[in-house]
Design a protein around this ligand. Structure first.
Ligand SMILES: Cc1cc2nc3c(=O)[nH]c(=O)nc-3n(C[C@H](O)[C@H](O)[C@H](O)COP(=O)(O)O)c2cc1C
Ligand SMILES: C=C(O[C@@H]1CC(C(=O)O)=C[C@@H](OP(=O)(O)O)[C@H]1O)C(=O)O
Length: 412
């Protein structure tokens, strides 16, 4: 079974990620990981940190000479910020005096960095985390709640993506709404979605400031970010992940936790600030009569073909073999420059939430993170169905399955 874990704090020395259950024979290099991490740093509206965070990545286990060995893949991503945070985030004890001395000697920013965070931000993990873990300030909470951790997820997702690529499965992601600016339905469709999963399509999207497939919508989104920035506000949006080349039958109808849609929803909801998930036409289907809500089947060249893509490629908790399409809605960043009302937990007095710096909008980055989560879930489902200690075994089992399905035209 494929399983994964991440560890590490936002301003700690490094993030660590482990992926266990990867077959041998999958091509993975430091350069693959670097490229994936660079895509996550892109996106108009990100804050100061993304301009200098370098994501220095090291493969510390499971890979030899650019190929996985079947052992756990371990990845370390060093934080560029570490030298500034060595005292505040020290693993070993630091006396209050040391911190105060540091703060006293430092500039205003350094003083602010060392100060206890007792003005929790509405919308972030600060207050519930302080209460749950018995803390008198939010630092230990926000360090792990922070979406810095998504760098580790993207590195893991890249290994999963390489495994999927070896079996002919391709992924892409894009932004379909940002700050209330939506890509019109007419600008999307099967051809656009398929193109997103090709190398050329992925590069085109990486070059767009908001990772949007429609140039006119992209311009409106950029303008929305500029306006929010001017007004000291933040924005959310909707991202979509598209997958091509999947076989039918990943996941299962037989039990709730084996449903592929349930696993995808859980994985996407696990991303910081994601508050809604839909498969295919999702919420719109609730308003559509059944006669126009499903993907009708026709017989063509000896196999079943779907005439539309409304389901998002999952029926009965299983992949249908058509394009998989899943969306995730991201709420606006909660560290709002025009600070929100809160309470200082040290005094009980009314205050404004703490704010040092923040992203205005991280929707384009969230698309890349969503792609990584989908890659991990699909890689796990693929290995569950086809197994394989070497990726060639996985490919052979998949090929056998495809031939069986083709021989029967998709039926029994
Ligand atoms: C890529 C990415 C970047 C983010 N950047 C910020 C940020 O700069 N400031 C902030 O307050 N929240 C940011 N968030 C959102 C918070 O991490 C998130 O709101 C917080 O962990 C609380 O979790 P919740 O929103 O799921 O309840 C970001 C999220 C993602 C996915
Ligand atoms: C560091 C990343 O995102 C961070 C996510 C984040 C948050 O609260 O989620 C807050 C910001 O961090 P800081 O407070 O250090 O400026 C973002 O920069 C990253 O994506 O690599």
């Amino acid at each position: 079974m494929l399983r994964w874990l991440t560890a590490g704090e936002s301003h700690g020395e490094a993030l660590t990620a482990v992926l266990e259950g990867v077959p041998a024979g999958v091509e993975v290099t430091t350069e693959h990981l670097q490229r994936a991490l660079a895509r996550r740093r892109l996106g108009y509206g990100r804050g100061a940190r993304m301009s200098f965070e370098a994501d220095r990545v090291t493969l510390v286990g499971g890979v030899r000479h650019g190929v996985t060995m079947g052992s756990p893949v371990a990845i370390r991503i060093d934080n560029t910020e570490w030298p500034k945070w060595e005292k505040v985030m020290s693993a070993d004890p630091v006396t209050p005096e040391e911190l105060l001395v540091d703060a006293g000697k430092g500039d205003a920013r350094e003083v602010a960095r060392n100060r206890p965070l007792t003005r929790p931000r509405p919308g972030h993990a600060d207050l519930a985390g302080m209460q749950k873990y018995g803390l008198d300030e939010a630092r230990p909470v926000l360090e792990r709640a922070s979406a810095r951790e998504t760098a580790a997820r993207v590195a893991l997702g890249e290994v999963a993506r390489q495994l999927l690529a070896a079996t002919g499965i391709r992924l892409g992601s894009h932004v379909v709404a940002l700050g209330g600016e939506h890509v019109p339905a007419e600008a999307l469709g099967r051809e656009v979605w398929s193109a997103l999963t090709t190398e050329a399509g992925r590069s085109r999207l990486d070059a767009d400031p908001v990772r949007c497939a429609d140039a006119a919508s992209s311009e409106r989104m950029v303008a929305a970010v500029d306006a929010a920035k001017r007004e000291g506000d933040t924005l959310g949006g909707v991202v979509e992940v598209v997958v091509a080349g999947l076989p039918s039958g990943l996941g299962s109808h037989v039990h709730g936790d084996r449903r592929l849609d349930a696993q995808l929803a859980g994985a996407l909801m696990s991303i910081q600030a994601i508050k809604g998930v839909e498969l295919g036409d999702g919420f719109d289907l609730a308003d559509t009569p059944g006669s126009r809500a499903h993907d009708e089947m026709v017989w063509e060249d000896g196999h079943v073909r779907r005439v539309s893509d409304r389901s998002g490629g999952v029926e009965g908790g299983m992949s249908t073999g058509e394009l998989l399409r899943v969306r995730a809605a991201m709420k606006p960043i909660s560290t709002v420059p025009r600070a929100l009302r809160t309470v200082d937990t040290a005094t009980g007095e009314a205050a404004t939430a703490h704010h040092q710096r923040s992203d205005v909008c991280a929707v384009p980055a969230a698309a890349v993170v969503a792609e990584a989560e989908v890659a991990l879930v699909l890689a796990r489902a693929l290995l569950e169905k086809f197994g394989g200690d070497h990726v060639d075994d996985t490919v052979a089992a998949l090929e056998h399955y495809r031939q069986r399905v083709a021989a029967t035209g998709g039926g029994a």
